[in-house]
Ligand binder design. Structure first.
Ligand code: BG6
Length: 487
């Protein structure tokens, strides 16, 4: 037991996190164009085999979806939780919990419906004007992700997604518009959500269709274009507002060696390096040696110009943000028996850890380990922008939701985060993932709930959409009110 009483910094940013494609709905409202996520169907856990992470879509499949009536099928991300119409009510609830920050993303196709439009969509810009002014009313800082797992579908079908270098220009134009429009109301920005998804699910990460996704050269070229686009965003952001801070966003995965066999330890080191390669480029400004070796040994050859290298080196991020949900084991021997699913990862089960209802391994100490490791490596402020428990919740007859398991999960993680602060790690804030129930990214389920606020909607879009406070709502409010002292 430790006795560190340091406490959280007084300006610690407590809050919650969301993404446009998982909450907004209104997929065809206000001039918004179709997004890559509007094509993703309900894909429940039961249908998902071990080792299968999200869907890849082919051109044929998308064309088939587009031939149908857009009301056909079950595409939950098109409806979200109707934040598009209910943002005032939701922000009021966040304010009641005492949020200092709300992480949300701007839907790129709401601003540039086709991605290559000449002018932005004014109605889309107005929607975020309204959201930001509602947040300002309660002194809640927006933390805005520029690209959270979605892009205009047209950029995929017409240009081949991020595999095409022209995407850097389209993205730069989009970010310049939003940095300029919101320069007085948004101080914290993130470029690409979980940029490492690009190599895991190239469709969702980078708009690469199923056939092209088999070609590693296309995938890593797309990733490189995103790195360049991210550095360009950092540059434009600083030029437009020198006070603004902009970070990268990584899905962090700690990998422990399965045994103390040096070969397992080496596999764990390699897995770790591979996970950190993405933040290395964005934070240090260059491709590390180990990844160059990986490219060589895997016959990956991509185009990187001297200008790209200069841009990456001169425009590194101000802070590192990441999602933390689980840890896994690394081993020289991987067989299917040992495998376990995670958010965007598949790995090996750790016998010391328990799983969530969706099989994700719960490891609060791993959060402290990751905070220490990342701070040791980068010496830049860190921001936990996702962490939370996806679980089945029950709305009781008296309209209460008793989610003590979520309180327990969050408390243990916050405790470890505080330990990391005592270790000397600089942490800007914590935004709990899915602070209001939303559509799951990986399965499009509604029944996988993360929120402190319950949303009455089922997997098929049925329900009143009424919002109800869970027990965790009152608990988190207390945590924020006491700046983490009262857990
Ligand atoms: C992260 C994503 O990987 O995990 C979120 O950034 C996502 O968009 C979250 O929702 C939880 O994953 P899931 O699949 O349970 O929604």
């Amino acid at each position: 037991m430790n006795h560190c009483k340091k406490g959280f910094p007084k300006d610690f940013l407590w809050g919650g996190a969301t993404a446009a494609n998982q909450i907004e709905g209104g997929f065809d409202k206000g001039g918004k164009g179709l997004s890559t996520m509007d094509m993703v169907e309900f894909f429940p856990r039961e249908k998902r085999s071990k080792g299968k992470i999200l869907d890849l879509l082919s051109r044929k499949e998308i064309e088939k979806i587009l031939e149908n009536d857009l009301n056909d099928g079950n595409f939950p991300k098109r409806r979200g939780i109707d934040f598009y119409h209910r943002y005032k009510e939701d922000i009021k609830l966040f304010a009641e919990m005492g949020f200092k920050v709300l992480r949300l993303s701007i839907s790129w196709p709401r601003i540039f419906p086709n991605g290559d439009d000449f002018e932005p969509n004014e109605e889309g810009l107005k929607f975020y004007d309204n959201v930001f002014s509602e947040l300002a009313k309660y002194n809640i800082e927006p933390l805005v992700t520029l690209c959270h797992y979605e892009m205009p579908l047209n950029l995929v079908l017409k240009y081949g997604g991020w595999g095409n270098r022209r995407l850097i220009d389209f993205f730069s134009k989009y970010v310049e518009v939003v940095f300029d429009r919101y320069k007085n109301v948004v101080k914290y920005w993130l470029t690409f959500n979980e940029i490492n998804l690009t190599t895991i699910n190239p469709y969702i990460g980078a708009g690469i269709l199923a056939d092209e996704a088999k070609d590693k050269n296309i995938v890593y070229q797309a990733l490189h274009h995103q790195f360049v686009a991210s550095a360009t965003a950092v540059k434009i952001c600083h030029e437009i507002n020198s006070e603004a801070q902009i970070g990268c966003m990584l899905a962090r995965l700690e990998n422990y060696p399965e045994t103390c066999d040096p070969e397992d330890v080496m596999v764990a080191l390699k897995d770790d390096q591979y996970n950190l390669f993405f933040s290395d480029v964005q934070s240090r400004g260059y491709y590390p040696g180990f990844i160059k070796r990986y490219f060589k040994e895997n016959d990956i050859s991509i185009v990187i110009t001297p200008e790209d290298n200069e841009l990456l080196a001169n425009n590194t991020v101000d802070f590192i943000s990441y999602s933390y949900y689980m840890t896994m084991l690394s081993s020289k021997k991987i067989d299917d028996e040992k495998k376990v699913n995670g958010n965007i990862f598949v790995g090996i089960k750790n016998p010391y850890l328990q799983n969530t209802d969706w099989g994700w391994q719960i490891d609060p100490i791993g959060l402290r380990i990751s905070l220490n490791k990342l701070y040791d490596r980068y010496q830049k402020p860190l921001f936990i922008v996702e962490n939370g428990l996806g679980a089945h919740d029950e709305l009781e007859e008296n309209l209460e939701i008793h989610d003590d398991y979520r309180i327990d999960y969050t408390k243990k993680h916050l405790h470890q985060m505080h330990e990391a602060i005592c270790d000397g790690v600089e942490i800007m804030g914590y935004t709990s993932w899915g602070c209001i129930d939303l559509i799951s990214a990986s399965t499009s389920e509604m029944s996988k709930r993360y929120g402190f606020i319950y949303v009455d909607q089922d997997d098929f879009g049925k329900g009143s959409l009424n919002r109800y406070k869970k027990d965790s709502f009152y608990w988190y409010k207390k945590v924020i009110d006491s700046n983490g002292k009262d857990m």
